[in-house]
Design a protein around this ligand. Sequence first.
Ligand SMILES: [Zn+2]
Length: 324
Amino acid sequence: MQVMSVTGPVNAADLGRVLVHEHIVIGMPGEELDPSFAPDIDEIVARSVDQLQKLRDLGVGAIVDPCPIELGRDPELYAAVSEKSGVKIIFATGFYMESQGIPLYWRARDADEIAEFYLSEIADGVGSTGLRPGVIKAATGLEASPLERRVLAGAAKAQREAKVAIITHTENSRHGDVQQEIFAQNGADPSRIMIGHQDEQKSAAAIAALAANGTFVGIDRVGLDMLASDDHRADMVTELVRGGHRERICLSQDCVCNLKAPKVPFALSSGVKIDVAQFVSNMKPMTHVLTVFADKLRDRGLTEDDLDTIFRDNPHRLLTGAAA
Ligand SMILES: [Zn+2]
């Protein structure tokens, strides 16, 4: 069983632990128009390699960077970082939610046309780079709009053909059930789907209900204190494990290693304006989920076997379809 990484196919056995939702870089369309846009790519590579090498020391063999197409996805940068760090990077095809993405041309396309495009990237690579995505990104906003539903249907149709994983963004942890329903209606395999960003659920029960439908569930913004506390996350993970959902949980951080833009390219929900250096240095290191957060899970009684399932076996099954 294999998954396509930016530097070629990887066997499940060689993946080690996997963080399923991290970012080397995030950007917004138009940032390159800023007169002071002048990213230092060498610096970005060096900082990313440093982060990934620290992950490798903790047994991580791969990360997934599910950056949607229109938020600064940069396969050539991922390839450089992967080669230098020795950590595999699996990247995505797929559009983001309507409020911050979906290029105008693609808003006029139907689900089959969207699926055809995703499949072409999966088979032939992005543009002329030849670098091939290994997962599909899908997203809904606060209201799961008709356009988002159509794009999700396209993702499902492509997943059915290509047999790759879908990793989703939910806004405020909402509409995971809607995502599951659209995927099911369009023939996607639930065992190769992770409904992401469930950190903001008030209780584990809502996440358990999603897991019961056969998909993975991501508590994948660990360390982002403005969304939820890590203690709340750890309580929910513990309850999910106790409730028999251990085989459905994936943990990650949604860490953003770098920004290319001279100014923070998106509005922070707190409304506070900070500069790029502050933004990057405020992020917890990518190791946080495997160190500080894993200790919170151990404190609550989770075993090393539980942690191996969550950080190793579950991502392997999600990404490669490997048996449990
Ligand atoms: Zn993300």
